[in-house]
Ligand binder design. Structure first.
Ligand SMILES: [Zn+2]
Length: 145
C-alpha cells in the first residue's frame, strides 16, 4: 500500500480517496473523487432538466430526477463572496465560487494574497490532498484571465 503524496498521475498506486472516510461514505460521489485524483473537476448534470448542480448527489436538487450524468467542468469561475480568517494560523480564505457552468460552491482560495482578492475576480480550480486522503478542489486567482 502506498501513502505517497506524489501527484504524478502515472505514479498513483493507491488513490487516497479509497481510505478517506468522507469520500467512501458517499458511493454516489466515487466518480467525482476518481476524477479529482487526476485533477479534473466533475459536475453532476441532470438528464431531465439539463442543469448542472453542486454538490454531487444521487438526486437532482432542481427537479428530483435520478437520471444524472457527469460532465467535466472547465474549472473556471468567479469569486462570489469570501472571508479571510486573519487570526487563524495559517491564515485562510473561505469563499463561494460561482463556476462558469453556473453552480456555486463553498471552497477555499489558495495561493493568493487575501488583500488582492476582489468580488467577481476570475479564479480557477486547483487540487490539494486533504489530510484524510482525498484530493479536494480549491481555487486560486486565474492568472490567464
Ligand atoms: Zn434536474
Amino acid at each position: 500500500m502506498s501513502n505517497s503524496s506524489n501527484t504524478n498521475d502515472a505514479q498513483v498506486q493507491s488513490p487516497g480517496y479509497e481510505q478517506d472516510p468522507f469520500a467512501s461514505a458517499f458511493p454516489e460521489t466515487r466518480e467525482f473523487w476518481l476524477a479529482a485524483e487526476a485533477g479534473r473537476l466533475m459536475l453532476n448534470t441532470c438528464e431531465d432538466c439539463h442543469r448542472p448542480h453542486w454538490y454531487p448527489r444521487a438526486v437532482c436538487p432542481l427537479c428530483g430526477s435520478t437520471r444524472l450524468s457527469w460532465q467535466q467542468a472547465t474549472g473556471k469561475g468567479t469569486l462570489y463572496a469570501f472571508s479571510t480568517a486573519r487570526r487563524a494560523s495559517p491564515v485562510y480564505t473561505l469563499a463561494y465560487v460561482q463556476l462558469a457552468e453556473g453552480p456555486t460552491l463553498l471552497t477555499n482560495v489558495v495561493e493568493a494574497d487575501p488583500d488582492a482578492l476582489t468580488i467577481g475576480m476570475p479564479v480557477q480550480v486547483t487540487f490539494r490532498r486533504a489530510d484524510e486522503g482525498r484530493m479536494m478542489p480549491f481555487f486560486e486567482p486565474d492568472s490567464r484571465a
